[in-house]
Write a protein that binds this ligand. Structure first.
Ligand code: ADP
Ligand code: MG
Length: 718
């Protein structure tokens, strides 16, 4: 413990830097990568650009090979990507990228082909030269992932030229290669009789568990008589099966061997030797059992109907008119003015809202077609929206109203439709409830339960404190003196964070059982109700992911995103268990595991997230159980992550950190929340927020009729 804790204090500039980090747990805004799917690919060459010449392919590949995003690409994919790049001449003195540029200007990576460039950063209106770039240098990697403003200006100081890679091109080919590879493995799996009792979604899970093993020509992959625990599928090359001295078979691509090892310890019945360089996909029994449970059990079990799919069907949009929400009118009153917006809220619910939950008669039903909402204080904001308190005028019942500008929602309309649809259909005590959704000319609205306790970040800021902790370093131990006490920040006490983490586990378990990945878990998106219970809010990135399916959009919040999300090779709800690990770390320590005051560069944070060798540092006051659970959630390989194993969420519930925890009591809301919400928790933040937006115009200015028409078209069905 002593050495570990002193290492911890030494890391990243010692205790002073660490203390300064309290502000580092500042509110973070979500980001997302792409507008639409990347299935169709169109590359439009800008004027003056020319396709890359074939003789330049090797040069470009060798310039890119050290980048994080290229580190796991196979040769074929890298080749396809490079062949879809283009060459762009840049005249001396021209600015290639401008600091602050966003949108289309910030979706490209550049490799310098010739000439020299200067990298300039504007600080307080003065331009500083921070770097130079020349042949083979690369810049703009982060723009292959998501929209973020260019952090510097790059200008040519000589005649120059660059090779350009567009984000869509990159993501298209990475996605295609993954689909292809996974599809191949799945095909292979379908041909193994021993695995025929697996359901399709179980096979999909296995696909992710395979690893590649390579063998030189002549090497023995398995040896007759040895007890083995691995099963192999040939991906490339040729092998020979030998019993005794005799060759009994030849094996080629998609042939498999050693599958009995998945069942039990049994001596291999033959030797398999590589006849050429051999690439196999392999799976060992331990991994198999961790992912799916013992194969014997699966074979014995009768094929059950796909429960998950059934549940999902329940959440799918219901086509029949009975389930569609009829249109009603909503008036929102703000300041002293008044304006009308049209609401497509479910009429029954609108009436019910109006009547404060009283029983309705048919009379009421006809009379109450209008709902009047009076807008109150600003409750919070995210990257895409503002949330206000509103009161229904006739009953005084209060709600939270989330408002999104259509102009912002246009960045990825799919996200808002998912949010609307998912929050309308889920029902769980720890998930925020949506009552109605509606729109006006420029905005989309959703009406939610009001959560008067603010969000979990408010709670953390209120609870975080400086403690003095004895840190035994080598010197004090040697001298036999008392360990010096170091000042350090601590987040919440463990029992309190246990309560919140447990509530989120239940909410995520419910969502995952219903095929929904949440994708943006962080304290700002966990809300606190009047009694002090936590609920998941902000389903802005939530998405229905079919059992066994995967999704590719890069989205989440820097510092929280999971490695599989960063790499763009497809992921599913596994990302939620990772982000739970980050959230738990943040709650306990008041800092983030992968960021620090010295790492402002998001690309560096991403690199740490993906890099197996980058160690997560745990503060000395954290219990061993908490540390263990966090490290199992922050497992970089999704198939090995707790929550993704055969026991699913149950494995987390049964982890020693939760020993004696009353899960049933929590689920039934019979537990006393550890902390009653206080007004002071969020009052300062809200006051600052109100101040920041005081003079802001409500309606966007300079909207063209064409834009308006586009908004109408895209959001017609909201
Ligand atoms: P975004 O999708 O833009 O991130 P959120 O739904 O996360 O928007 O809302 C932004 C902030 O508003 C939250 O972090 C929280 O502080 C506050 N907030 C959201 N919903 C509610 C609610 N129902 N009750 C109280 N505060 C809320
Ligand atoms: Mg949010």
């Amino acid at each position: 413990m002593g050495i570990e804790s002193s290492k911890y204090m030494d890391g990243e500039g010692g205790p002073v830097a660490y203390i300064a980090q309290r502000t580092q747990v500042g509110r973070a805004k979500a980001i997302t990568g792409n507008k639409a799917g990347t299935t169709k690919l169109e590359v439009k060459l800008p004027p003056k650009a020319t396709p890359v010449a074939v003789e330049d392919y090797e040069f470009i590949k060798s310039s890119l090979v050290n980048l994080l995003l290229f580190s796991r690409l196979d040769r074929g994919t890298a080749q396809k990507i490079v062949s879809h790049m283009y060459m762009l001449p840049v005249a001396a003195g021209d600015i290639l990228i401008q600091q602050g540029d966003t949108g289309d200007a910030a979706t490209k990576l550049f490799v310098v082909r010739s000439g020299k460039f200067e990298v300039l950063e504007r600080r307080k209106d003065v331009m500083f030269k921070v770097n130079t770039k020349e042949r083979a240098d690369v810049f703009g990697e982060i723009s292959l992932m998501y929209d973020c403003p260019r952090s510097a200006t790059v200008a040519a100081t000589t005649e120059a030229s660059v090779f350009v890679l567009e984000r869509d091109v990159f993501r298209h080919f990475v996605q295609a290669s993954v689909e292809d590879e996974k599809g191949q493995i799945q095909l292979f799996l379908n041909s193994v009789p021993l695995l025929s009792s697996l359901r399709a979604d179980e096979k999909m899970k296995l696909v992710d568990a395979f690893v590649e093993d390579s063998f030189d020509a002549g090497a023995r992959v398995i040896v007759e008589g040895d007890v083995g625990d691995k099963f192999y599928i040939i991906k490339e090359g040729e092998a020979q099966v030998v019993q005794g001295e005799k060759e009994v078979n030849r094996l080629f691509r998609s042939d498999f061997f050693g599958e009995q090892a998945l069942l039990q310890d049994e001596p291999r019945r033959a030797t398999v030797r590589a006849l050429s360089p051999l690439v196999c996909l392999s799976l060992d029994r331990r991994t198999f059992v961790a992912v799916l449970g013992p194969l014997q059990d699966i074979m014995a079990k009768e094929k059950s109907p796909e429960v998950v799919n059934q549940r999902m069907a329940k959440l799918k949009p219901q086509g029949s008119a009975a389930h569609r929400r009829p249109t009603a009118e909503v008036l929102i009153k703000y300041d002293s003015g008044r304006r009308t917006i049209t609401c497509d809220g479910h009429l029954d619910e609108v009436v019910e809202l109006r009547r404060g939950g009283q029983k309705m008669t048919d009379e009421h039903r006809d009379a109450d077609k209008q709902l009047v909402m009076v807008e109150g204080e600003l409750l919070g904001e995210g990257a895409f929206s503002r949330v206000c308190r509103v009161a229904e005028e006739s009953t005084g019942r209060v709600f939270a109203l989330k408002r999104m500008a259509k102009s912002a929602a246009l960045q990825c309309p799919e996200h808002v439709f998912c949010e609307q649809h998912i929050t309308r259909n889920i029902a769980h005590p720890f998930c925020l409830r949506q009552y109605a959704s509606f729109k006006d000319k420029c905005h989309l609205y959703m009406l939610f339960d009001l959560m008067p306790g603010g969000d979990l970040m408010d709670v953390l800021v209120a609870e975080a404190k400086v403690i003095k902790y004895p840190v035994a370093d080598k010197n004090s131990l040697r001298k036999g003196c008392l360990a010096p006490k170091m000042k350090m920040w601590q987040g919440m006490e463990e029992p309190m964070s246990r309560f919140y983490v447990a509530s989120i586990v239940l909410a995520l378990e419910y969502l995952h059982d219903n095929g929904i990945a949440f994708r943006d878990l962080k304290p700002e998106n966990v809300l606190i109700d009047g009694q002090g219970y936590a609920k998941l809010g902000d389903f802005g990135f939530a998405k229905q992911v079919e059992a066994g399916g995967r999704t590719y959009t890069f989205c989440g919040t820097p510092g929280y995103v999971a490695p599989e999300n960063v790499m763009g090779r497809g992921y599913n709800h596994s990302v939620d268990w990772w982000t739970l690990g980050v959230l738990m770390y943040v709650l306990l320590t008041a800092r983030q595991p992968f960021t620090s005051p010295k790492t402002q560069d998001p690309m560096e944070v991403m690199r740490r997230i993906v890099d197996d060798r980058w160690p997560i540092k745990y503060p000395p006051y954290m219990s061993d159980e908490a540390r263990d659970l966090i490290s199992k959630l922050l497992e970089r390989k999704p198939v090995k992550r707790i929550g993704m194993l055969q026991g699913r969420a149950r494995d987390i519930k049964e982890h020693p950190w939760f020993v004696d925890f009353d899960w049933e009591g929590l689920a039934a809301r019979r537990m006393d929340p550890p902390r009653k919400p206080k007004d002071a928790d969020s009052s300062k933040r809200k006051a600052e927020l109100a101040e920041a937006h005081r003079a802001e115009p409500r309606e966007p200015t300079n909207v063209t009729p064409q834009q308006m028409a586009e908004w109408d078209r895209v959001f017609r069905d909201f």
